[in-house]
Write a protein that binds this ligand. Structure first.
Ligand code: F6P
Length: 337
């Protein structure tokens, strides 16, 4: 029975066979990403035993304090992906500038963007965290990619995925042909296809938002949440449930599993910066996954994957999840400005 389980490598190779002209480069790149995520999973899992918890006493380009594991995970991702000749350059939440592939290695045709450890405020309290990544094609003729080469709208992504380091470690992927989930079998060190063709329920009665920001929200968001909170006695005529893990990967994963809406909307606190979450290595890859699973992803005013990025660390408002609820939010933004 066990020998007919599909490993992630087998799955990717079989997908590649459907694509005319595929060389195997992409499959090899994904393999390296998978390896990086297994290494990070192992470190997250061992935690205090290997001395990786706590602050590194530095801050990233966003001005956020870096955890030791943020920096180590970034290093793991770079080392796993720089040597093989599939990547032309990388961009990461933890690095101000584009990372150039060292001269001793060949350069490939892909650009890799990642948030090596998302939700890292959760590390020290042993709550789920994750890695998010997005793969773009390096523009034709570009030998030394710079920031502008990464500034492609989300619709140009050729693959997006995340690893979730939770009670089990999972990898969820899309290459634009639906969304598939794999669970790490720790004993054999392989991700096994466990959640084929994930689809998001169109309806939901569950929302996720950081309620402590409510006084900063814009009117459409206030209205939506007030109506949810009013439950059966309010305009919606039904009771809602709320969750906030403060780990976008875990939040998106829950939505894939049982529906829901996740919001980090524009508010007066983050307005100057354009929002809270980052477009290129958080919002875009998650939007690709959500849309491929039948959900919707928007800023409230436009489809996230249509945004033309203006810089590597750009931030955007994010509202994503079950179709009917996100469309309702889009409607409230349209009505209320
Ligand atoms: O940096 C991104 C992130 O950690 C997300 O994973 C998460 O959804 C959000 O920030 C949590 O924000 P807050 O600390 O405001 O709850």
């Amino acid at each position: 029975m066990h020998n007919n389980r599909t490993t992630i490598t087998q799955f990717i190779i079989e997908e590649q066979r459907q694509i005319k002209g595929a060389t195997g480069d992409f499959t090899a790149l994904l393999n390296d990403i998978v390896t990086a995520c297994k290494v990070i999973s192992n470190l997250v899992n061992k935690g205090a035993l290997v001395g990786v918890l706590g602050s590194a006493d530095t801050s990233n380009v966003q001005g956020e304090t870096q955890k030791k594991l943020d920096i180590i995970s970034n290093e793991v991702f770079i080392k796993s992906n720089e040597w093989a000749g599939h990547v032309a350059a990388m961009g990461s939440e933890e690095m101000d500038e584009v990372y150039q592939i060292p001269a001793q290695y060949p350069r490939g045709k892909y650009l890799l963007l990642f948030d090596p450890l998302d939700g890292s405020s959760n590390i020290d309290v042993n709550v789920s965290v994750g890695t998010i990544f997005s793969i773009l094609r390096c523009p034709d003729g570009v030998e030394n990619p710079v920031e502008k080469d990464f500034l492609q709208p989300g619709t140009k992504q050729i693959c997006a995925g995340y690893a979730l380091y939770g009670p089990s470690t999972m990898m969820v992927l899309t290459t634009g042909r639906g969304v598939n989930g794999f669970t790490l079998d720790q004993n054999i060190g392989e991700f096994i296809l466990s959640h084929p063709n994930l689809r998001i329920a169109e309806e939901t009665v569950e929302f996720a938002i950081n309620m402590s920001n409510s006084r900063f929200w814009e009117p459409p968001v206030k209205r939506y949440i007030e109506e949810c909170l009013a439950g059966k006695t309010g305009a919606r005529g039904k009771d809602f449930n709320m969750r906030w893990i403060a780990s976008m990967v875990a939040e998106v994963h829950r939505i894939l599993a049982r529906g829901g809406v996740f919001m980090y909307p524009l508010d007066s606190k983050s307005k100057d910066k354009g929002g809270r979450l980052r477009l290129l290595y958080e919002a875009n890859p998650m939007s690709f996954i959500i849309e491929q699973a039948g959900g919707v992803s928007t800023t409230g005013r436009e489809r996230i994957m249509d945004i033309q990025p203006s810089n590597l660390h750009q931030r955007v408002p994010v509202i994503l999840g079950s179709k009917q609820e996100v469309e309702r939010m889009i409607g409230y933004h349209r009505e209320m400005g």
